[in-house]
Design a protein around this ligand. Sequence first.
Ligand SMILES: Cc1cc2nc3c(=O)[nH]c(=O)nc-3n(C[C@H](O)[C@H](O)[C@H](O)COP(=O)(O)OP(=O)(O)OC[C@H]3O[C@@H](n4cnc5c(N)ncnc54)[C@H](O)[C@@H]3O)c2cc1C
Length: 450
Amino acid sequence: MVCVTLLIHQKIIVNKKITLSGWGGYPVVTGEELPFYTSAALREKLTSGSGDIIARGNGRSYGDSALSSMVVHMRRFNRMLAFDETTGLLTCEAGVLLSEILEVFLPRGWFLKITPGTKLITVGGAIASDVHGKNHHVEGCFSSCVKSFDLLLADGRVVTCSASENRDLFLATCGGMGLTGIILQARFYLKRVRSCFIEQTTIKTKNLRETFGAFERHADSPYSVAWIDCLSTGDSMGRSVLMTGRFADDGDLSYRSSNGVSVPFHLPGFVLNKMSVKAFNGIYYRKAKNGQSNNRVSVDGFFYPLDAIGNWNRIYGRNGFTQYQFILPEAVSYEGLTQILQEIAGAGAGSFLAVLKLYGRENDNYLSFPLEGYGLALDFKIEKKLFGLLDRLDEIVVDYGGRIFLTKDARMSRETFERGYPRLKMFREVRKKYDLDSRFNSHQSRRLQI
Ligand SMILES: Cc1cc2nc3c(=O)[nH]c(=O)nc-3n(C[C@H](O)[C@H](O)[C@H](O)COP(=O)(O)OP(=O)(O)OC[C@H]3O[C@@H](n4cnc5c(N)ncnc54)[C@H](O)[C@@H]3O)c2cc1C
């Protein structure tokens, strides 16, 4: 169904009923997509209409956080507005992609202070999920480099938010999954680098205890992340390949964004099963050199290996997949992870993308995910038996004082969510205070009754 609804600034705005999903392809819903060209047009729509509405960046969140009956497509707000060469302060609209920032600024010696494992996300999405990267233990979440942003509220007002100005909105919006309004533009710091290459160290470990030991030994490394074989059991349970890195200092800034191959269609669901995942894990683990090795890798190779394969989400088949990402407080991380890995191996529900990270201090934002401890992210193909397993894992996570990452979630229960996020009350109060809860809602916020 297509209907022409508004004629603003010589641009025809078309509302389309389309099917929408996140990166995981689960769930799939029907909604209306609102493409705006100006913030004035967006404000007019917001104040004259009613019903649920949510901003959508580049759709790289996995579940239902960017899905609603009305979705504001932010990619059209993609202008870079100002840059201060002395401080690295960039001002840009919220629909700019991190990849676009890298293309302009990395050859000039500037890099993102915080970047997640894909550069194909918008600045608005980075703030709304308060994303973290391989350097969380050193530099924290994306909000730590944000000076301020302009937020469009439900009544049409645009307010500037920072750690000191409209602080309650700042704390609620960073990590607030679009539920506090629409970020129009942001000011945040880039950092100086002298190379577009990373000096990488790879450490192969034999079990979870060794993996924890390696993380601790390399805690002063600026970047670290481990791939973990989640199907290995017994003495080798938790065997991993830990990668640490730091920027090279060779002055080589010849950055060229890499475009790799693409998965042309959804693979049949049966391609991914326990046997194929086990085989992949075995090969990947054996491929890494024993002990410790060093090499030099590109920024894209180190930070964004999955971006090299376009539409890689299609390998999970038409039913899609979900990423289960949780974090546990450090003191109970070893015990909790052991229990969770046993549960997963016992259920035979392997994931070949299984990423373990050591996180640093928790920030003050009401719904940001990280807390000091270890977090694991696992991709699982959607199938009936999966949901029971994930419910059991939820119990373990919250019993140990942990939480699940909203930006990856498509299925947790309200109770799991409420137990994991103790500052939810403050978040709800901000939504009430500015009358945001009557307008900004996603399928996720309805499901979790946020
Ligand atoms: C391969 C891959 C690797 C990833 N690695 C990491 C990682 O290492 N660390 C990490 O933290 N995350 C990671 N992510 C998740 C990703 O960084 C987040 O989901 C991010 O928010 C996606 O941004 P987006 O622009 O695609 O936003 P969307 O997915 O479209 O939206 C995400 C949320 O942001 C809100 N939002 C978007 N734009 C605005 C706006 N302008 N104003 C208000 N709210 C807005 C939406 O309402 C929604 O709630 C990864 C995702 C992928 C696919």
